[in-house]
Design a protein around this ligand. Structure first.
Ligand SMILES: NC(=O)c1ccc[n+]([C@@H]2O[C@H](COP(=O)([O-])OP(=O)(O)OC[C@H]3O[C@@H](n4cnc5c(N)ncnc54)[C@H](OP(=O)(O)O)[C@@H]3O)[C@@H](O)[C@H]2O)c1
Length: 280
């Protein structure tokens, strides 16, 4: 695989796609890189994760040396992340994901700066605000109110303890909604809160504990999964997180998924699944 220079030089190879998927009018610069079809029904909660071949999504900070992230700093992965953010009204993350990325902004251009003009054009075509709204879920309210991700305005969905802790401390443009008494917010309440805020097409970037809650509530419609060509390993001495952690697996049998699409760039695979029972 040769060097990749940005949206102009980058191409994902389309290996499979089911016919009849909803299709947005992607700007040419995005259509050329992604290939095939991308679009969502009117109401959709879709996830985007990168996992190693053996299903690990997070390593401890002390495990990491430069270049040893799960995604292997793949430009194609960052492009897909940007493209999916560009399609979303809101990006939903758990407080653990926010805490793990102190300088991050959950915008399309932060994931893939070279795609910024085309991402902005796509949002204009879809009638979306210039940036997706960041929605953060926290039970305990253990988050930094000055995190740059919240600067431009966002929404924090908190438990009672977290709500009390954060009240009056968040940036003026960020709203706080208290959803429950306990620390663990019910996935169904989270989904209701998103609907009440008028968000219809929502991307979740996890992490694994939030994904567990959403799956437990049967709320996840689609999963975009990048398989990074790495074997990371897990074990008693290396308690690394898998794609889904915690939640209430007793609420639902294992969720079944159907393949919607498969792309490749180098040795990275980009898989699009629909979860059984997804809203039409
Ligand atoms: N590979 C990938 O694609 C990917 C994607 C995302 C994250 N990650 C990695 O995953 C790691 C973080 O994992 P994580 O599972 O801790 O992330 P997480 O799900 O984002 O965060 C867990 C925290 O979020 C809050 N939370 C989530 N669901 C909740 C619920 N139903 N009710 C109340 N609070 C809820 C809680 O915050 P409080 O503790 O504040 O109560 C909980 O401790 C990081 O290393 C991150 O980089 C990887």
């Amino acid at each position: 695989m040769g060097p990749v220079e940005g949206p102009g030089g980058l191409r994902l190879e389309l290996l499979y796609e089911v016919p009849g998927l909803p299709a947005y009018a992607l700007p040419e610069a995005l259509a050329r890189v992604y290939g095939g079809t991308l679009g969502f029904p009117e109401h959709r909660l879709f996830g985007n994760f990168v996992a190693s071949i053996d299903g690990v999504v997070a390593m401890h900070r002390e495990d990491r040396s430069p270049g040893s992230t799960i995604g292997g700093d793949s430009e194609a992965d960052r492009f897909v992340m940007g493209l999916l953010r560009a399609c979303a009204e809101a990006v939903l993350v758990g407080a653990g994901t926010l805490r793990a990325a102190p300088g991050h902004r959950w915008t399309p251009e932060h994931a893939h700066p070279a795609g910024a003009p085309a991402f902005a054009e796509l949002r204009r075509r879809l009638g979306l605000a210039p940036a997706p709204r960041l929605v953060v879920v926290t039970g305990r309210g253990e988050l930094d109110p000055s995190h740059p991700g919240l600067e431009a305005g966002g929404l924090v969905l908190a438990g009672a303890v977290g709500g009390a802790r954060l009240r009056g401390r968040l940036p003026a443009a960020t709203s706080l909604v208290v959803l429950g008494e306990g620390m663990e917010l019910d996935g169904a309440r989270l989904l209701e809160a998103l609907r009440a805020e008028g968000h219809r097409v929502v991307l979740t970037e996890g992490g694994p504990h939030l994904l567990g809650s959403l799956l437990g509530a049967g709320g996840l419609d689609e999963l975009f999964l990048t398989v990074s060509p790495r074997l990371v390993g897990r074990g008693p001495g290396a308690a690394r997180l898998g794609l889904v952690e915690g939640g209430r697996p007793d609420l639902r049998p294992p969720a079944q998924a159907r393949l919607l699409g498969l792309r490749r760039h180098g040795s990275h695979l980009f898989i699009r699944y629909e979860l059984e029972g997804a809203a039409a």
